[in-house]
Design a protein around this ligand. Sequence first.
Ligand SMILES: NC(=O)c1ccc[n+]([C@@H]2O[C@H](COP(=O)([O-])OP(=O)(O)OC[C@H]3O[C@@H](n4cnc5c(N)ncnc54)[C@H](OP(=O)(O)O)[C@@H]3O)[C@@H](O)[C@H]2O)c1
Length: 259
Amino acid sequence: MSFAEKYGPWAVVAGASEGLGAAFAAALAARGVNLLLLARRVNLLERVAQDLRAGHDIEVRTEACDVARADFADALARLTADIEIGLGVYNAAFAPVGEMHTRALDDLLRVIDVNVRAPLVFARTLAPRMVAQGRGGIVLMSSLAGFQGAPRIATYAASKAFNIVLGEGLWAELKPHGVDVLVAAAGAIRTPGYAKAASGDAPGTLDAHVVAEQTLDALGNGPLVVPGGVNRVARFVLGRMLPRRTAIGIFGRSTKDLA
Ligand SMILES: NC(=O)c1ccc[n+]([C@@H]2O[C@H](COP(=O)([O-])OP(=O)(O)OC[C@H]3O[C@@H](n4cnc5c(N)ncnc54)[C@H](OP(=O)(O)O)[C@@H]3O)[C@@H](O)[C@H]2O)c1
């Protein structure tokens, strides 16, 4: 069975206007899947969509959508009502940098809205239809930051831990129904979001299209993928070999210069 037969005819990508989300859209277009692309900046979304329509024989829809809104579940249900969704990729994220006691509480709560509440809403809205179809896939984007505490991005890291544990549980729940759930715990990725925060490439930094391809290739082999060999070694050493306090300290070296 081809990828499109298993996870098509439509995929919805939340957070697709640039960076990794746009790379997911391109990788899915190349696999012959029609796309519903969501983000707030619809002009950027439309630019992504135009390139994909020109290069592939697929349909691409774009919709301005703020996943942090209280009515996200209703919006997603409405936007997907007339299409058969075989795959949902939750990629959107909010990652304010700085010690928690210095950040506005509203910013920290927004991390919960975008990185915790919205992926839960996303999965809860799409899963019943996939279960009824007896097939489908859900990808939740997480991070190496989600495996241990991470100073200066503590709330973001905690939100990514939520996605790891949620995705693992959903993987076990939905597998018997023919629905594949996968959490992608990425290391640094060359994206506009990362470029704004970091002064250069961290060890193991990958291009967005590499992360998208490795993640989509791992669908069906869940619950977790860590794209990139260097990142898999880092995950093993930090997560399995070192005491947690040491792992937090080492991870903190990679977050101390983020702006
Ligand atoms: N970049 C890295 O180094 C790295 C490392 C590990 C994990 N990750 C994870 O990989 C994913 C993508 O990272 P990235 O660097 O590509 O992120 P990014 O450059 O910040 O892009 C995030 C995307 O999400 C959208 N988005 C953000 N807030 C949204 C909202 N409230 N409603 C709808 N869309 C929203 C943005 O579009 P609009 O602004 O147009 O809405 C954009 O398309 C994230 O889940 C991130 O946590 C990234």
